[in-house]
Design a protein around this ligand. Structure first.
Ligand code: FE
Ligand code: CA
Length: 524
């Protein structure tokens, strides 16, 4: 067993036993967590939604917060500090940002000129109050020699009313370098009476109601802890706007959808640690916001962040009079094999094809949904049955992407996803219809933080139709933890015992290894 592997298992075990980190406890003044409890301070009003950091580079990272509470003037000065130490004795950078009412009094500070590959601590101050303290870091220099192992999590689908966030406590306790959130940060729908938690309002459709939904989610202390523990890389999926939307079309074919999308994009930017340059353009129909991006992590990996919602063609063969997803047989839906259809849009498809890294050992693809073919019926029967909202609805676009990977021998392609509310481990094939064809990349889908999965029996039934899928378990909520070095990727599938219990234990249900030289996951 390698040293990395031992450390990895040790960390996982420690977290399962409930070790706790102190640095993400809310900071009221300078007290330690214990002193804070003893002195019972006034509850924070201005920083109720916590803090976050994201979009790190070797020399910068975005620091986020949003002011809350009454009597906020249209423009409020907010001071931020970034320090080398948790006690803020050695300040590395500090500054002031103006939180504007027009952007929900959100703050997106962008300290620059930071040192590469370093940890920092940050906090905000405004109107006589101070935020909690967060920990963040910069990426290692892209040109330096050996890069230390990268430890990160993938997570997605955190429907608030469906459960509690023990999975986020687990993430916060891991002291990770990065958290990748792969979509469905909020769910736009009304809360259900049979669910363990309730939230404000019915379906979010306006700027105000999207903002209120983010505020509900962001008041959760375990989600705040996960944000405060590491910088996040983020992509969105459909529920940040509306279930199953595609570009400027929603599943109800509503004429009002572009305005709704613009409001949802605005609220998303207001609540996430994206740079100011990503602020949505609201004068374009539907608003536009670029979340597509790349991050080079030292000499180890290039991380590609994709957007498969904003630029996609509408789903094929919808139910009569509707848009959105459907489950269709291949031979009954000729449009499935239309080569012009794209999930990423042609510009983003080209951007990805031209940007594969042929020098670093790994190319990590952070995107929304399952890429592996997943037929719900025997493929001998009418070519199989497919869900049209995921990559299965855009099979020729998937072939183009994986074809480029095979043709150019792109090293270490690992596709990371969410959306399907199941832990899925899959070999991505040059030709999914020929199980003996080469595996060109590896896929990990990280179940859901809290959103319910489909019945496990359904997934078990489909297993034999999809031999390239090594594992598909919808019965666990949680995330996946990764340790990446130049030679291998170690993966732990994490599951909470009880999604209704915020203090639930979290355990590793399975582990996998991917060797840099050999695509495909191996059970560890
Ligand atoms: Fe989801
Ligand atoms: Ca989704």
């Amino acid at each position: 067993m390698s040293t990395t592997r031992r450390q990895f298992l040790h960390t996982s075990t420690a977290a399962a036993l409930g070790s706790s980190a102190s640095w993400w406890q809310p900071a009221h003044g300078e007290g330690t967590a214990a002193e804070t409890e003893a002195s019972a301070p006034e509850p924070t009003r201005r920083f109720d939604l916590g803090i976050a950091s994201g979009s790190p580079t070797a020399h910068s990272v975005v620091l986020w917060t949003r002011l809350t509470g009454g009597n906020l003037t249209p423009r409020v000065e907010v001071r931020w500090e970034l320090a080398h130490d948790e006690a803020f004795k050695r300040i590395a950078a500090a500054g002031t940002e103006t939180a504007e009412r027009d952007w929900a009094h959100s703050v997106h500070a962008e300290p620059r000129g930071l040192e590469p590959g370093r940890w920092y601590w940050y906090r905000f101050q405004a109107l006589g109050e101070r935020s909690m303290v967060g920990r963040t870091r910069t990426a290692p220099l892209a040109t330096s020699g050996a890069t230390a192992p990268l430890r990160f999590a993938i997570a997605s689908c955190q429907r608030y009313d469906a459960g509690h966030y023990a999975a986020w406590r687990d993430v916060a306790e891991q002291n990770l370098d990065l958290v990748m959130f792969l979509g469905d940060y909020i769910y736009e729908g009304a809360s259900r009476s049979d669910f363990p938690r309730r939230h404000e309002g019915g379906e979010a459709r306006t700027l105000e109601t999207y903002r209120a939904r983010y505020a509900t989610y962001k008041r959760d202390p375990l989600l705040q802890a996960a944000h405060a523990s590491a910088p996040w890389l983020m992509v969105w999926d459909d529920h940040e706007v509306d279930n199953d939307y595609a570009g400027l079309q929603d599943s109800r074919l509503s004429a009002h959808f572009p305005g709704r999308r613009a409001a949802a994009y605005q609220a998303y930017w207001e609540h996430m640690p994206f740079p100011k340059s990503a602020r949505p353009q609201l004068d374009a129909p539907g608003g536009t916001m670029r979340i597509t991006g790349r991050l080079d992590w030292g000499t180890l990996a290039r991380i590609h962040l994709l957007d498969n919602r904003q630029y996609r063609d509408p789903q094929v063969c919808p139910r009569p009079g509707q848009g959105g997803s459907n489950t269709v047989k291949l031979t009954e839906c000729a449009a499935l094999l239309d080569p012009r259809r794209t999930l990423l849009g042609s510009a983003q498809e080209r951007w990805l094809a031209e940007g594969w890294d042929l020098r670093r050992p790994w190319n990590l693809v952070a995107q929304q949904t399952l890429m592996a073919r997943h037929s719900w019926t025997d493929t001998a029967d009418a070519g199989g049955t497919y869900w049209s909202d995921g990559w299965d609805g855009y099979p020729l676009a998937r072939n183009r992407l994986l074809g480029t990977v095979a043709e150019r021998r792109v090293p270490g392609v690992v596709v990371l996803g969410g959306d399907v509310h199941a832990h899925v481990v899959a070999d991505l094939k040059a030709d999914f219809d020929r199980p003996e064809s080469p595996t060109v990349a590896t896929e990990f889908c990280g179940t859901s933080i809290s959103s319910h999965g489909r019945p496990q029996e359904l997934l078990d039934m489909a297993r034999s139709f999809n031999p390239h899928i090594q594992r598909s378990r919808s019965d666990k909520r949680g995330c996946m933890l990764f340790t990446l070095d130049a030679k291998q990727l170690l993966v732990a599938l994490r599951g909470v015992d009880d999604v209704n219990d915020p203090s639930s234990a979290v355990r590793t249900s399975a582990s996998y290894v991917v060797e840099a030289s050999r695509p495909g996951a191996v059970a560890a």
